[in-house]
Write a new protein. Structure first.
Length: 78
């Protein structure tokens, strides 16, 4: 298992200092996806949504291995 850190870049920058052990990058992507959606739910509760916010997935060496913009976490339909 590898340790991944999910750093949040929205109204505030929140750097994940503990990380989470996950089996692979796909599991880390899913963790970031669910996190982004949870944060967007909070935004909607306050009457707005900012699609340019994002979550960086960082590996143990400090390398950003995935960037998940909030806009990629949802499908917008009319």
């Amino acid at each position: 298992m590898a340790r991944y850190f999910l750093n949040i870049y929205d109204d505030l920058i929140v750097l994940d200092e503990e990380g989470v052990e996950l089996p692979n990058l796909e599991a880390a992507r899913l963790q970031a996806l669910h996190g982004a959606r949870d944060l967007m739910v909070e935004q909607v509760r306050h009457g707005y949504i900012v699609l340019s916010h994002w979550i960086d997935v960082v590996d143990e060496s400090g390398t950003v291995v995935l960037r998940l913009p909030f806009r990629d976490a949802i499908d917008i339909k009319d």
